[in-house]
Write a protein that binds this ligand. Structure first.
Ligand SMILES: *Cc1c(COP(=O)(O)O)cnc(C)c1O
Length: 407
């Protein structure tokens, strides 16, 4: 067919779509005109699943964050074709590494998966026998140093590989604890301010003692500079969540750092099997979606974004603050989930409701709203998971429920 004829034919197609009263996807055009247009299913309604306004935060149980449109486009537009997972990881990894100043990077099934696979990579190197052996550590290093105040539930990601956690408190403890079994030194960013050894000192100790260092900065993508700060600082491995502040797929995360360690981590991960990471699969859509989310997030106007979060929180605070006996305070956590956080506290003699009951009333209201419980008679709210305009709905509901409980 000549190009002109092809164009002529193409020009007829949209008309056919309009004749059917709707814009149809291309594949529908070959169906008979009697075929009804596909109905978009509302699965939440269909299955009776409660949806809500999320004024709480980026919690796993609440499904993380809302993906950017660009991420959804990336997922949809890459779902229709096949690609080799290793090639997708290679190409995306190179882009992420460039964006975040690391030697190498891979997309994982969340930050937790980055922690497991990164640790596994440190233990096995490029030795396939060791990869097959994990989590049995015969002949493999088996200890990870963790500051006492960093020894939280998240270390289970590390012990999944078979390692034992060795607690330390001071630089002297670290020097004493290191032996031929020491595999890695792990730092939990949100516990940074509570520990006796800072991130920089941790890295310096690792370099001095020749032990690889890893940092868990899962919920610390704000400020955005954090995404390269720890690579620049010299951590050998950096682990981040994709579905928190970055607003990528909640089932994705990033492991970045030294080339040899990321390569070794990939040996412990799909598409290869017979390893401890086989269950931590990410497909091309999530890998590419994660890349698009990261790129989008890094290039956002973060000053403007912060102002949006602040304005929303101020609006909610103003509404609640009108009620007698209510005090509102806005703070920013020093680490982890750095976003303006509103505390609404009330004098129980003036506003007669427990925080649990108050949360329940917001949850059961129309529309349903989730907030966090605070200390004593108070709740905490953040605004980064709100869709534009939802802050007004939350403000109205807060005032209504506080008024109702007022004596
Ligand atoms: C959320 C979180 C994780 C787990 O990250 P996922 O992306 O949900 O797998 C690990 N460590 C910390 C500190 C976290 O906050």
């Amino acid at each position: 067919m000549k190009r002109r004829d092809a164009l002529k034919n193409l020009s007829v197609w949209p008309v056919a779509g309009i004749a059917l009263g709707t814009v149809l996807p291309l594949e529908s055009l070959t169906a008979s005109p009697a075929t009804p247009p596909p109905v978009k299913r509302n699965l939440f309604k269909e299955l009776g699943i409660r949806t809500f306004i999320n004024a709480a935060g980026t919690f796993t149980a609440m499904s993380g964050s809302i993906m950017h449109e660009e991420v959804l486009d990336a997922i949809r537009l890459t779902a229709g074709e096949f690609a080799m997972i290793d090639e997708v990881q290679d190409k995306v990894g190179a882009k992420i590494a460039e964006l975040c100043h690391s030697e190498s990077a891979m997309v994982t099934a969340g930050c937790w998966s980055a922690l497991v696979l990164g640790t596994a990579g440190v233990l096995t190197g490029m030795d396939p026998k060791k990869v097959a052996q994990l989590p049995v550590l015969d002949g493999i290093k088996s200890e990870v140093l963790v500051q006492k105040t960093h020894n939280s539930g998240y270390v289970h990601a590390l012990t999944n590989t078979g390692v034992k956690i060795v607690e330390v408190e001071t630089p002297q403890d670290v020097e004493k604890a290191v032996n031929e079994k020491t595999a890695m030194m792990w730092f939990l960013n949100y516990a940074g301010p509570d520990g006796k050894i800072s991130d920089k000192e941790w890295v310096a100790l690792g370099k001095k003692l020749n032990i690889p260092t890893m940092i868990d900065m899962a919920a610390d993508a704000t400020p955005v500079e954090n995404l390269w700060k720890f690579n620049d600082m010299g951590f050998d491995l950096v682990c981040v969540s994709g579905g928190k502040g970055i607003r990528g797929p909640q089932s994705a995360g990033i492991l970045m750092g030294k080339k040899d360690l990321v390569a070794a981590a990939r040996l412990n991960a799909p598409p290869r099997g017979g390893n401890i990471g086989r269950g931590m699969k990410v497909n091309k859509e999530e890998i590419l979606g994660m890349y698009v989310a990261l790129d989008k997030f890094i290039h956002l106007d973060h000053v403007k974004l912060w102002k949006t979060w602040e304005d929303r929180v101020a609006l909610m605070a103003a509404a609640a603050g009108k009620v007698k006996g209510v005090t509102t305070t806005v703070t920013v956590p020093p680490v982890a989930n750095r976003t303006p956080t509103l505390n609404i506290a009330w004098d129980i003699s003036k506003v007669k409701v427990t925080k649990e009951e108050f949360q329940l009333r917001l949850r059961k209201g129309e529309p349903s709203i989730e907030v966090m419980g605070g200390k004593d008679n108070s709740i905490n709210l953040t605004s980064w998971n709100l869709q534009p305009g939802q802050e007004k709905i939350v403000a109205r509901r807060l005032k209504e429920e506080l008024d109702k409980a007022s004596v």
